[in-house]
Design a protein around this ligand. Structure first.
Ligand code: URA
Length: 230
């Protein structure tokens, strides 16, 4: 492990020393596969890096891989991913033209019986992983960046950003991408307490994605030539 990747206390350090100087997505993926910048690598099956191509029109950022993603090694392939795919299709967006990733690249969980139960990543773990996300953003240079849920929004837009107050708003002035939006996390829709609430939340999510599609059609400018980190 390169020096400086992990703090002397054994807690969350930073992935920054591991990021290649002239990164490409394959080089980033290979470097991240050996990341030990925070203790989550010990619990996860593997690093789950982003999926998609450089130049993808939209980059979606979730929180962290779930159980299915941890086993498959790919983001958003479980129930939340299927909901995302269908909502994108309803909004006229194609997941195959998107880059999909997470703020944290390892699954954080605790055992409950035979099940692995998701745990929220800590601010230190999110910070440790942030250099991977910044590098993905710099290589992909999407026209639109979409934060799915509070963890991604706070990692990219600041600790004070509230998805509840600003979901679905289209921001054209961010230094991160020409179009920036935050909306709810698909998992929060799946966790809705009853069918009626779930239907309403899903409809709101599709509506946010339709607003994103309209902003893309409106011809927002190209990605900035010097993309910024989170
Ligand atoms: N939830 C996330 O935030 N990311 C995934 O990849 C899957 C579920």
């Amino acid at each position: 492990m390169p020096r400086g990747a992990r703090s002397a206390t054994g807690g969350a350090g930073t992935a920054a020393p591991l990021v290649p100087t002239h990164p490409s997505l394959p080089a980033l993926r290979a470097a991240a596969s050996a990341c030990r910048a925070c203790p989550l690598w010990e619990r996860g099956t593997q690093t789950v890096f982003g999926a998609g191509e450089p130049g993808a029109v939209v980059m979606f950022v979730g929180e962290q891989p779930g159980n299915d993603e941890d086993l498959a090694g790919a983001p958003f392939v479980g129930p939340a991913g299927r909901l995302l795919d269908r909502a994108l299709a309803e909004a006229g967006l194609d997941r195959r033209a998107a880059y999909v990733t997470n703020a944290v690249k390892h699954f954080k969980w605790v055992a409950r019986g035979k099940r692995r139960i998701h745990q929220k990543p800590s601010p230190g773990e999110i910070r440790a992983c942030a250099p991977w996300l910044a590098a993905e953003l710099a290589v992909v240079r999407p026209r639109a960046l979409v934060c799915l849920g509070a963890t991604a929004a706070q990692a990219l837009l600041g600790r004070d950003f509230r998805v509840t107050a600003h979901r679905g708003e289209v921001f054209f002035t961010s230094r991160l991408a020409p179009i920036v939006m935050a909306t709810v996390h698909p998992s929060s829709i799946l966790r809705a307490p009853d069918d009626e609430t779930r239907r309403a939340e899903r409809a709101g999510f599709v509506e946010d994605l339709r607003r994103l599609a309209a902003a893309l059609r409106s011809g927002a400018p190209e990605a900035p030539s010097v993309p910024a980190g989170p």
